[in-house]
Design a binder for this molecule. Structure first.
Ligand SMILES: Cc1cc2nc3c(=O)[nH]c(=O)nc-3n(C[C@H](O)[C@H](O)[C@H](O)COP(=O)(O)OP(=O)(O)OC[C@H]3O[C@@H](n4cnc5c(N)ncnc54)[C@H](O)[C@@H]3O)c2cc1C
Length: 320
């Protein structure tokens, strides 16, 4: 089944999706594809591929300053195609507002449609490295809701220019949600107002930012439902297995790490023990979520195939 929403509506089995990141420019895709290979026995139904805004740099040559894009991780669309060919799994490209104007977005959507891709995770995108605030392109989108609206319009055959008998696209649109609120939002209530707007514009399901406390997800879902957000909310899960991650995850993703998990990692005497403790903690959280009745689980692998595999082995042992 090609669309995430159809799968969620028609399947009784828990949806399981993976998220991967394209390699840095100049690096081969082989490691990423072999990483996926090791996770194929867990039967992912969808594989998301992230998209990254270019880093704009200023170069001076002979007194002339030129602004140049440095795309550190190109290749999202190509990897999606490779995933489909090699694994026969539906890819879900991420599409961001940042660095695109609406006309470029439309061209990318046409490319994805011609490739037969039917799912998109629509995001605003993070600011590029070295830039504190998100800035849209001229004639680009400020918020993900506007990107969702543009995709939904294309699904109705509304292109940016008037065309005779235009062909409608057929994308299932997912968006991001933040159990601990988005870092720029003054509070969760306000963030949920905008999340609801994304759904009203055409988003059919939500994938959450990573979180490490079951009650954060539960509260988020309860508050979202109370506000009338009724689409499936898939928890995003990230194995936290090292002392370095305790320092990097909160600043990179603006999430809290509960004292219990910090203790399990910090008190471990070896790296292997920290790894095992982190996996055990996340497997228990995943179990809680499954018992609670989540529609699926989405695992952020981010180059950590070993941790993702260990988590899935623990969670799926006896389930499949
Ligand atoms: C599952 C997942 C996958 C991700 N994948 C990627 C990726 O591939 N590439 C990447 O660069 N980043 C990715 N991100 C990160 C994401 O792009 C950032 O968190 C970004 O800062 C916000 O994106 P968004 O789509 O949630 O934005 P939005 O929904 O636009 O929200 C951004 C902020 O604006 C506020 N807001 C929204 N609408 C309005 C409005 N009308 N008026 C005022 N305020 C408003 C929101 O409350 C929020 O604070 C991902 C995040 C998640 C959870």
């Amino acid at each position: 089944m090609a669309k995430v929403i159809d799968w969620l509506k028609q399947n009784r089995k828990l949806l399981f999706s993976l998220e991967i990141t394209p390699p840095d420019r100049g690096k081969s895709v082989d490691d990423i594809l072999s990483g996926i290979e090791t996770l194929m026995p867990f039967d992912p139904q969808f594989i998301n591929v992230t998209y990254h805004q270019p880093h704009m740099v200023y170069e001076e040559k002979e007194g002339v300053i030129t602004r140049r894009p440095r795309r550190k991780k190109p290749g999202t669309v190509g990897i999606c195609s490779a995933i489909r060919n090699r694994f026969q799994v539906e890819p879900v490209p991420h599409l961001i507002c940042g660095s695109f104007n609406r006309f470029e977005t439309e061209d990318t959507l046409i490319d994805l449609h011609f490739l037969g891709i039917e799912n998109i995770l629509a995001l605003r995108g993070d600011p590029p490295p070295g830039q504190a605030r998100y800035l849209p392109e001229k004639e680009g989108h400020q918020y993900a809701s506007q990107l969702v609206e543009q995709i939904a319009q294309l699904n109705r055959g509304q292109y940016l220019e008037e065309l005779e008998d235009p062909f409608p696209t057929n994308f299932c649109i997912g968006v991001a949600g933040y159990p601990e609120k988005h870092f720029e939002s003054p509070n969760l209530e306000k963030d949920l107002v905008y999340l609801k707007h994304k759904v009203e514009m055409g988003a059919e399901y939500i994938i959450t930012q990573m979180f490490f406390d079951f009650h954060q997800y539960k509260n988020f879902v309860e508050q979202a439902r109370a506000m009338g957000i009724d689409v499936p909310i898939i928890p995003g899960l990230k194995p936290l297995v090292s002392k370095t991650q305790i320092l990097t995850i909160p600043s990179s993703f603006h999430v809290n790490i509960p004292a219990e998990l910090v203790g399990l990692i910090e008190d471990a005497r070896t790296r292997d023990q920290a790894f095992a403790n982190g996996i055990r903690y996340l497997a228990r959280l995943t179990e809680q979520l499954i018992v609670y009745g989540v529609p699926g689980i989405h695992v952020f692998t981010m180059g950590q195939g070993r941790a993702a595999k260990a988590l899935l082995e623990t969670v799926f042992a006896g389930r499949r």
